[in-house]
Design a protein around this ligand. Structure first.
Ligand code: ATP
Length: 288
């Protein structure tokens, strides 16, 4: 996994009882560090959220994230061990996921076999079941927000980042949030009312990318123009751009779940229960 060394980890503590080792990631409101507990040596991911960058709304979203993560202990949701305030920041002490995120994994390995994709989807289904039971819509599920316990295809997947980017109004997304809207449901892109089906769209986009090695829809690379073009591409799509190379080897159930997750109209899109109980997820692995 690519990391950047901490600027000066001999400086007086910036992360409480933790020594910062290297930077794992960076967003608009936070930096994520690999860190080690001074006494126990436990390796963790320390997410430093800069309070000065949060308005009142975002601060309350952070509180919601802390509340939710503190109450959950599930293998497919990143574990929050504790949090504390220091240096004008809130530090979230998270379980360290040595496999990095799914975006890097796909960049490195390319598409995966159907049964690997199924295993990943089953794990996302297990995590989403927990979100569902807490009436939480993630809204920004994407490969960057899915972490792997190890950098292998038998990794345990963990949904992370329940916080700030998804709480930003989509119209502010371009200015405030680093990251891609490629996995966002069309109704989110259009600033329309939305429900939990938006996460189903994102799951479909992630499954599509796992099977093909590229996302189903793209916009321009310049993020400023990405939104309208992405939306246009989604709306005018007649047929999902499955790779002609891999399509013949995919089981019809696999193509079916993917296509129905990526239905433009949320009313036609699979609900969480329909996804969870879809034959593709319930079928025992068949080598492809
Ligand atoms: P926000 O959108 O709330 O501003 P952010 O983008 O700063 O968040 P995250 O999305 O939580 O922060 O993390 C950014 C990146 O840091 C992830 O894509 C991942 O590569 C790395 N990372 C985050 N948490 C962990 C973790 N627990 N273990 C390993 N790497 C992590």
């Amino acid at each position: 996994m690519e990391t950047e060394t901490a600027p000066d980890n001999t400086e007086p503590v910036k992360g409480g009882d933790y020594v910062l080792e290297s930077k794992l990631g960076e967003g608009s409101f936070s930096t994520v560090w690999k860190a080690e507990h001074r006494l126990s040596g436990q390796v963790v991911a320390l997410k430093q959220v800069y309070l000065s960058r949060l308005n009142r709304h975002l601060r309350s979203c952070l509180d919601c994230e802390l509340n939710f993560l503190s109450s959950v202990n599930h293998p497919n949701i990143v574990r929050l061990f504790e949090f504390f305030q220091a240096e004008g920041s809130i530090f979230l002490v998270l379980e360290f996921c040595a496999g990095g995120n799914l975006a890097s994994f796909i960049r490195l390995h390319g598409r995966v076999q159907e049964q690997i994709a199924r295993g990943f989807m089953q794990q996302l289904g297990a995590a989403l079941e927990v979100l569902n039971s807490h009436h939480i819509i993630h809204r920004d599920l994407k490969p960057e927000n899915i972490l792997l316990s190890v950098p292998k295809d038998d990794a345990v997947l963990k949904i992370s980042d329940f916080g700030l980017s998804r709480s930003v109004h989509p119209s502010d997304y371009v200015e405030t949030v680093c990251g891609t809207p490629l996995y966002m449901a069309p109704e989110v892109l259009q600033f329309q009312r939305y429900d939990e089906k938006v996460d189903m769209w994102s799951v479909g986009a992630i499954l599509f990318e796992l099977l093909n090695g590229y996302p189903p829809f793209r916009g321009r690379t310049n993020v400023q123009f990405c939104f309208p073009q992405l939306l246009q591409n989604i709306k005018t799509c007649k047929c999902l751009p499955f790779s002609q190379l891999y399509l013949p080897s995919l089981h019809p159930d696999c193509v079916d779940i993917c296509s129905r997750l990526l239905s433009l109209n949320p009313a036609d899109r699979l609900s969480f229960n329909e996804f969870y109980w879809h034959i593709f997820l319930r079928r025992k692995g068949v080598a492809t």
